[in-house]
Ligand binder design. Structure first.
Ligand SMILES: C[S@@+](CC[C@H](N)C(=O)[O-])C[C@H]1O[C@@H](n2cnc3c(N)ncnc32)[C@H](O)[C@@H]1O
Length: 275
């Protein structure tokens, strides 16, 4: 049964939440001691995990700028959008295309409270509390269909989300349901923690250690998966060049100024197109 209490009453400040730990990793302000503690434990095995989170945000910004600007898509469904930060999806999209509509979705009550207050700054931007693991319910959600026309091309964003969905929930099947429902001309943008497996034994070892730490440190969620599993989440769509790559290799803003930290290699992302 749905919990009808207001978001603030549903906040549990004694347990870490994915959104708040991520906010701590980005250097934000919307988190509690319990979240900082978890992030510090993660940093014990991956000292540059904060850079990984920033790299993930930079990927999001480049993708949204490209799709809203150069490609001209004007609808964005940002699933597992997290807490408001700098350069939120609607700011980037509407900067390139002022008519762009953005719906943010997250199931964390703190994202609801802050999202509605801070992100809904115009009538083309909305926040909806919903579960991204229920594609049929989500795509039929009247709060979403009131703001996005799901018969016209849109961008479905799964940025840093599916690695919080357990194998038992079958992320490939749930993505297939989304992809099947998308109208022609739509795009899927996705990032995911990556275990390079036999591509790089040293990075593989680090990915295993990091996953162990993240799950043990009280988050209980966070899976570093292989390349083929992550590729399957695009549901067979055509990959936009350069394909599924390390995040800083997807149309970077310019030449590298330093070597990547080991943990920065442990994420893949890409954009796919439905013809
Ligand atoms: C690591 S954050 C990523 C935030 C943002 N997409 C980004 O990449 O900057 C993952 C977000 O997914 C949300 N999330 C996890 N499972 C979810 C679910 N089943 N339904 C909706 N949101 C979910 C979390 O609450 C969190 O805000």
């Amino acid at each position: 049964m749905q919990d009808e209490r207001p978001p603030s009453a549903r906040l549990d400040t004694n347990k870490p939440s994915i959104a708040r730990v991520y906010d701590a990793s980005l250097g934000g302000k919307d988190h509690y001691a319990v979240d900082r503690e978890v992030f510090e434990q993660i940093r014990a095995v991956a000292p540059y995990q904060g850079d990984v989170s920033r790299m993930n945000r930079h990927f999001l910004v480049r993708v949204v700028r490209y799709l809203a600007g150069r490609v001209g898509v004007d609808q964005f469904l940002d699933l597992g959008s997290g807490l408001p930060t700098v350069q939120n999806t609607h700011e980037v999209a509407q900067h390139s295309n002022p008519g762009a509509r953005v719906v943010y979705v997250d199931n964390d009550p703190i994202c609801n409270a802050h999202g509605r207050a801070l992100l809904e700054e115009n009538e083309r931007t909305h926040f909806v509390e919903a579960d991204l693991t229920e594609p049929a319910d989500l795509l039929a959600n009247p709060e979403i269909t009131a703001h996005l026309d799901l018969s016209r091309p849109l961008v479905l964003m799964q940025i840093g989300t599916l690695h919080h969905v357990a194998d038992e929930r079958d992320p490939a099947a749930l993505m297939r349901a989304y992809v099947d429902a998308l109208p022609s001309g739509s795009y899927v943008a996705l990032t995911h923690f990556w275990d390079p497996e036999d591509e790089d034994p040293e990075l593989h070892r680090r990915a295993r250690a990091l996953e162990h730490q993240v799950r043990e440190a009280g988050m209980g969620t966070g899976w570093w998966r292989g390349r083929d599993a992550i590729a399957s989440y695009f549901g067979g769509l055509d990959m936009v060049p350069p394909g599924l790559v390390e995040l800083d290799d997807w149309w970077p803003d310019g030449p590298r100024m330093r070597e990547a930290w080991p943990e920065e290699h442990l994420m893949l992302g890409g954009v796919a197109h439905k013809p």
